[in-house]
Design a protein around this ligand. Structure first.
Ligand SMILES: C[S@@+](CC[C@H](N)C(=O)[O-])C[C@H]1O[C@@H](n2cnc3c(N)ncnc32)[C@H](O)[C@@H]1O
Length: 838
């Protein structure tokens, strides 16, 4: 309990591709740790960041200093800026030949990494060629990685249940917030999974990651944040995970009969017939992370609000939903797959009780012994005995029967707890192996509290061992779980997810508090943040894949963006339409950037009713393409798929083009660069040096003639439009240096050139490479700041004089205190009260 009263130390993780993550780690180790090692603040020594011993490769760090040290100590301020800037440039620093840039992302829980340990077990799943995990080296390797994998030869890599909505990007404090917002932490899992998927040399890996959240707003935050790790393999969905609909894929090569495919995946023919012939095999998942909504008592150290509002009925109420989500995951798991079930609660009712009941209902599954994974993460085994609190007054009753007897006869039908809230009988314990669950307590290694259990199918268990949604729902209902918090009402169809239709809504009266409990997070100021959908439009009725059926919108997202009420009562997102590979716009982009013939032009999609390449082009991999083409997304809302790579270049280019009677050209986006770069013919990439980078940063549109040779000549030889530039590693006068090659998109106009990255990223890059913000915006901001300081100082001087005159008694105090500070304060008070001292 004492530990729970202490604030959680700040942690951060160096993320991204292995190569660049290692470079950043080295910078922290060799530059910053020595600089911070001997800092003394207010006569107290303050320590440098320390590596978390249990985190693989030393990529996670803990920083145990008060906030004011970060604000006031020059050394720590510099380190803080370093973290902030690295986070800012994450999207644009591309180190050839690796596929994804590095980032610094927060890691307030060990859980995320623990998930990965199990997501990539040593043994490579036999049916797939996506990444396998080597625990010894902690690298994730891919045995095959062709830019065009046959979608039918790979197993999908999917996390369909509740993944990490993030903090808003770009958040200047996201890597190192001293009182980390719950949301800051949320991206960690999804980001790690994305990194894992991209940890090969392949820019368009063959797998698929689906992040799902039932909260519409949070899915937008997730999309926004995933721009840090743009991926053609990524989809975000918005649906209640306990009724996540089954997804389909086309038949595999060699599967010449429907029956063969059906037998393999155990999808009933009857159901398929009823579905109206949308053929194909079911998409089963290799790895599923069920990071279920929970009471969040393990986050007490960072979410102090939980102290005030916690009550035992939170966990009791969530038990049923947690159980249904886990069962749905079991239903959708590939025979050789694994599920990680996790919560940030220490309440056994939300943990061991859920796992026990799920294992009872789905007999073909077992808990995996993960004691060998992450051996330095100190943990305790799962509990085998507990007594749930039966009400808010903490009445503890040893057995379910005792609980039922304690209820007045008239209330028995409304029992709020089910048998599954109590521990299993002694006789069941041996087979369950609850000790294989992992409990992490805050006092063990100065962390938050959390629970992890890994499940898999027992060897030889039949594929169809898992129950349908209907069965799971029935069992959960039979346990008479009263779910106070659970506001989603499901109308179940005749069979499993294929036939389930749902209507979910948060009642108007639902409070933020309830919301926070449901999601396992406490309220935070940041919860007010919102991100807007990107491309408003109306869906086409015949769109090949159109998302609908929202899970939860809290009524706040109404009328926003592309959300539209459809005739059948569901919701419709903009359609996802694949454009023809020979589309003139696509071909124009290919020609402009000299893309190789292997560029996956058949995987370009647009999101507008006409299905025209009107503004933005997105890239998916083959598997995402197949999933979009084979499913109608009527029962869940598809929020995003793939990554945006090209956009119409507005402004001068539009004016020039229309004057010449041409179409407005498209340009390569910085977030699309990692995916597209391997397809750019190397000889078409323009070489440049650090001095050229400086010129591009200092001005919005420097003239071609402003550059030195050979860059100037190379630019002169290029046609107008989008190009890729490689700034070679090297140093410049004044200590500026590029430690590795940097590849960025540019736009060439008739006489000038501009760097195609956003203003904030430009500033961050400038600070990183040149140690100062050389950009126009940076210079303007510095100028404004200087003017403000000068104004404040002169106001302070005036007010001091006035105050001293008006109140001679201050003289004595002024001898002891800082005159300027007091005078500024006095001036503020006067201004606030409308008094003028004369
Ligand atoms: C524990 S939080 C997210 C955990 C996150 N991965 C982290 O590390 O902080 C729970 C999330 O589950 C979502 N959620 C709640 N009920 C859900 C349901 N029935 N289906 C899917 N997502 C749900 C909430 O919106 C919330 O974002």
């Amino acid at each position: 309990m004492d530990k729970l009263r202490e604030p959680l130390p700040t942690t951060f993780r160096v993320a991204g591709s292995r190569q660049t993550a290692m470079v950043l780690k080295e910078t922290i180790e060799k530059t910053y740790v020595p600089q911070l090692a001997s800092v003394v603040f207010e006569d107290e020594p303050v320590g440098p960041p320390v590596q978390l011993s249990w985190y693989p490769d030393g990529l996670a760090w803990q920083l145990n200093v008060p906030k004011k040290v970060l604000r006031k100590s020059p050394e720590f301020k510099k380190f803080h800026s370093f973290l902030v800037f690295e986070t800012e440039v994450v999207r644009l620093v591309v180190s050839l030949p690796s596929s994804l840039p590095p980032s610094l992302s927060p890691l307030s829980r060990a859980r995320a990494r623990a998930h990965l340990g199990e997501i990539y077990p040593d043994k490579k799943p036999s049916r797939c060629c996506p990444p396998s995990f080597s625990t010894s080296s902690r690298t994730i390797k891919s045995s095959t990685c062709a830019p065009h994998p046959d979608p039918r030869s790979v197993s999908p890599f999917v996390v369909p249940f509740r993944c990490s909505p993030p903090t808003t990007y770009p958040s200047p404090i996201s890597p190192i917030s001293l009182s980390p917002s719950p949301r800051v932490a949320r991206i960690a899992q999804t980001a790690q999974l994305l990194e894992a998927l991209h940890s090969t040399e392949c820019s368009v890996p063959p797998g698929l990651l689906i992040a799902n959240d039932s909260d519409y707003k949070r899915t937008h935050l997730l999309i926004h944040q995933s721009a840090r790790l743009p991926s053609p393999c990524f989809m975000v969905t918005n649906v209640d995970a306990s009724i996540f609909p089954a997804l389909r894929l086309p038949f595999a090569p060699g599967q010449d009969s429907e029956a063969e495919a059906e037998a393999e995946v155990d999808v009933g023919k009857e159901r398929k017939r009823r579905r109206g012939g949308m053929g194909g095999r079911a998409l089963l998942f290799d790895r599923i992370l069920c990071d279920v909504p929970c009471s969040g008592d393990g986050t007490l150290r960072k979410n102090v609000g939980i102290w005030k509002y916690w009550n035992p009925m939170d966990g009791n109420g969530l038990h049923g939903l947690q159980l249904r989500i886990l069962q749905r995951a079991m239903r959708m798991l590939h025979p050789e797959g694994r599920i990680v079930y996790s919560t940030c609660s220490l309440n056994p009712v939300e943990n061991e009780a859920v796992v026990t009941e799920a294992l009872r209902i789905v007999p073909g599954f077992e808990l995996v012994d993960v004691s060998e994974q992450m051996p330095t993460l100190v943990r305790r085994p799962g509990l085998t005995a507990w007594v749930p609190a039966a009400d808010r007054d903490l009445t503890f009753l040893e057995t379910y029967d005792a609980y039922m007897r304690s209820l007045p006869e008239t209330k028995c039908g409304e029992a709020r707890l089910g048998r599954s809230h109590w521990p299993p009988a002694e006789s069941e314990l041996g087979a369950l192996h609850l000790e294989r669950c992992m409990r992490v307590y805050p006092h063990l290694q100065d962390t938050g509290g959390f629970f992890v259990a890994v499940l898999r199918r027992k060897e030889g268990a039949p594929n169809g061992a898992a129950p349908s949604i209907k069965e799971g729902k029935r069992v959960a209902e039979e346990s008479k779980v009263s779910d106070e918090r659970e506001t989603k009402k499901m109308r179940l169809g005749e069979d499993d997810g294929e036939d389930v239709s749902m209507t979910t809504a948060t009642p108007p009266g639902k409070s933020r508090r309830e919301d926070a409990v449901e999601s396992g997070e406490a309220m935070d100021e940041d919860d007010a943040e919102e991100s807007e959908p990107t491309e408003p439009s109306t869906p086409a009725p015949d769109a090949p894949a159109t998302a609908s059926a929202p899970a939860k919108d809290n009524g706040k997202g109404k009328g926003k963006g592309k959300e539209k009420q459809s005739g059948d009562g569901g919701f419709k997102e903009s359609p996802y339409t694949f454009v023809a590979p020979d589309d003139p716009i696509v071909q124009g982009c290919i020609r402009q950037l000299s893309l190789t013939p292997t560029f996956p032009s058949s995987n370009i999609l647009v999101r507008n009713p006409a299905g025209e390449p009107a503004r933005s082009l997105y890239l998916t991999n083959d598997l995402v393409h197949a999933v979009l083409q084979s499913n109608d997304f009527k029962r869940m809302r598809l929020m995003t798929a793939g990554t945006k790579i090209f956009t119409k270049h507005e402004g001068v280019a539009r004016a020039e083009a229309s004057a010449e009677g041409r179409d407005t050209p498209f340009r390569l986006l910085s977030e699309g660069l990692p995916a597209v770069l391997p397809y750019v013919q190397p000889e078409s990439i323009v070489d440049a040096c650090i001095a050229d980078l400086r010129t591009l940063l200092e001005d919005y549109y420097p003239l071609v003639t402003a550059f030195g040779e050979p860059f100037r000549e190379a630019l002169g030889a290029k046609p107008m439009g989008s190009h890729v530039v490689k700034f070679k590693e090297g140093s410049a006068d004044g200590g500026a240096s590029l430690t590795h090659d940097l590849v960025l998109p540019i736009w060439k106009s008739a006489t000038s050139v501009s760097l195609m990255i956003d203003k904030k990223a430009k500033s961050a890059l400038s600070l990183r490479v040149f140690g100062e913000d050389l950009t126009v915006a940076g210079r303007e901001a510095a100028q404004k700041q200087a003017q403000k300081q000068a104004r404040t100082a002169s106001e302070a001087q005036t007010t001091t004089a006035i105050s001293v005159e008006a109140t001679p008694a201050l003289d004595a105090m002024q001898e002891e205190e800082d005159v300027t500070v007091r005078a500024v304060e006095a001036a503020r008070v006067d201004a606030g009260e409308g008094q003028v001292s004369t």
